[in-house]
Design a protein around this ligand. Structure first.
Ligand code: HXC
Length: 514
């Protein structure tokens, strides 16, 4: 009997064709007309060629209903990215607007559980009208089950969400529980309450994009981490991100073959920090001069730009980099920067990525808005994250290290393994001008030429305290290094520290000041 004469095989193939058509050709055409790929096309673009294996393609929400659509609006399964296994799910907007029924949610839960059990990352491609309205509480139960798996998987496997269409209401909490959110520039949106509800409650008029589009979440709210110019770009970002990450929390991050000389010194660093303390320089120049050529992969590049966080490689080894950006708000630490830094440090620690810190901060940002917004609580998160981290922690003070901002940026007191400074470092309780104003108030008010006296006292203070040697003499810095030598210094430290074991006191978990 040939294949074409086998009725069971024919029935299977017919069912498979039905599955592949999702909600039908007309809806697929509509999706394409909007510049969006279908769920299956997205998975094929994300994964290595021909590696996708689908699970439960024949699922239907209510088998007895008349108009069932196979698959129930979500394509789930596993495959490979650059040869490494991953689990994946992609919501199919052509089926009931990708809305989530209990059956749909349980397909997602299945791949979440398999990803954790097997220790592989999970990537969700979201494009959904939210809870399936016809299902009522069943759909809410389904969402809750997905959220539960998100929370349980946190810190065990990397979880990445790509928002490629609507992600409305409580549905946003699943991606919010994952480690990284990528949004497509034009078609994605995330919000808890839509524009109509906003208008009825607050009177504010705003469209979907203005309320929760990609630009909003990558530059104002900080909810999303990356923006893809289009769907291909968003999926390429996911593939690149994974190259820096291990598959799970007991695996070491991938070490790629080194592409750069570990002993390379960059003389430009010796003159990068301007003599004038208030003149900025670009910390990205420091980072790119030190890390393996071309390995910088910035996270949340458009939000809280006074802080820099991102992945890089040093002699092929993946690391997390945290820094201030003196070009933005002079590198002062505010509420958003605190959130950005602390979350990133915790991610690195959860997934065994050493943390390299470049510190240059004049302090926490003063102001009523910051105090009333809880800068005390938010800033405390940075301390918590650095102290909790058991991965190798290496920090370099490039210039200003004043007060609390010095302490929180991976200082020795918080447990830095190797704490270095450049000769331009100024480490003290406060900046010279502020210190002189407090310490010498009486002399200044009595002086015939207070400006001249102030300048003299500032110079004295700077010479005595605002330099790295006061700290180095007291064992608070491990060394003062020539800036050009930073790369070989960091690589030597990493090679020595990368297998270190640090124990934390047993406890169920801490209570982070969130
Ligand atoms: C069932 C839905 C649906 C939903 C869309 N569809 N959302 N079906 N439940 N939630 C169906 C539509 O009826 C339509 O079916 C098809 O999907 C495509 O939808 P369109 O409206 O034609 O698409 P578009 O114009 O692109 O608009 C997309 C949309 C809109 C903005 C997402 O559909 C929308 O506003 N949907 C409702 C969103 C919502 O309020 N969801 C509940 C949020 S609360 P046909 O057959 O015509 O093609 C929530 C709570 C979660 O999710 C709580 C978790 C704890």
């Amino acid at each position: 009997m040939s294949d074409s004469e086998n009725p069971r095989l024919e029935a299977l193939r017919a069912a498979q064709t039905q599955v592949s058509l999702g909600g039908g050709q007309a809806r697929i055409d509509k999706q394409h007309a909007q510049g969006k790929m279908t769920a299956r096309e997205r998975i094929a673009t994300l994964l290595d060629d021909s590696t996708f294996r689908e699970l439960q393609p024949f699922t239907v929400a209510h088998p007895d209903a008349e108009d069932v659509i196979l698959g129930d609006g979500v394509v789930t399964g596993y495959g490979a990215i650059d040869g490494r296994k991953v689990f994946v799910f992609a919501q199919d907007f052509t089926v009931y607007g990708g809305s989530v029924s209990l059956a749909h949610a349980r397909k997602i839960v299945q791949v979440q559980e398999l990803a954790v059990q097997n220790g592989y990352p999970i990537i969700g491609l979201l494009d959904s009208g939210g809870a399936r309205i016809q299902e009522g509480v069943l759909s809410l139960q389904g969402y809750g089950e997905v959220f539960r798996q998100n929370a349980l998987a946190s810190g065990v496997i990397p979880q990445i969400s790509v928002i490629m269409g609507p992600c409305a209401g409580g549905a946003s909490y699943s991606p919010a529980l994952t480690d990284f959110i990528v949004m497509t520039a034009k078609s994605s949106m995330m919000f808890i309450t839509g524009p109509d509800v906003v208008k009825s409650v607050t009177g504010e008029e705003i469209d979907h994009e203005g309320l929760g589009g990609a630009l909003v979440h990558t530059s104002i709210s900080g909810v999303a981490h990356f923006i893809g110019t289009d769907e291909d770009d968003a999926l390429a970002l996911v593939r690149r991100l994974l190259t820096y990450l291990p598959s799970n929390n007991v695996e070491s991050p991938a070490v790629l073959p080194p592409v750069d000389d570990p002993l390379r010194c960059d003389e430009r660093l010796n003159t990068l920090v301007p003599e004038a303390p208030n003149q900025p320089y670009d910390m990205l120049d420091v980072i790119s001069a030190v890390i393996d050529h071309g390995s910088w992969f910035e996270v949340q590049a458009g939000w809280a730009r006074n802080a820099l966080v991102g992945f890089a490689r040093l002699d092929g080894l993946s690391v997390g980099v945290v820094a201030q950006q003196p070009m933005v708000m002079a590198g002062a630490i505010d509420i958003d920067a605190s959130d950005k830094i602390s979350r990133f440090v915790r991610f690195c620690d959860a997934f065994n990525l050493p943390v390299i810190t470049f510190a240059d901060s004049p302090g926490f940002l003063p102001g009523v808005a910051q105090e009333h917004g809880g800068i005390i609580r938010h800033g405390a998160k940075i301390i918590y994250a650095y102290v909790e981290a058991t991965v190798p922690k290496i920090s370099v003070v490039t210039r200003k290290g004043y007060g609390g901002a010095y302490i929180v940026m991976g200082s020795k007191s918080l447990g830095a393994d190797v704490h270095l400074a450049w000769p331009s470092a100024e480490i003290a309780v406060m900046g010279p001008e502020g210190a002189v104003a407090v310490l010498n108030r009486r002399e200044l008010s009595a002086a015939a030429d207070p400006d001249a006296l102030r300048a003299e006292l500032v110079a004295q203070y700077r010479a005595t305290y605002a330099n790295p040697y006061y700290s180095a003499q007291r064992g608070i810095l491990d060394n003062v290094i020539e800036p050009a030598q930073t790369r070989p210094e960091l690589i030597a430290a990493l090679r020595t520290l990368r297998e270190q074991t640090r124990f934390v006191p047993p406890k169920k978990h801490g209570v982070m000041p969130v």
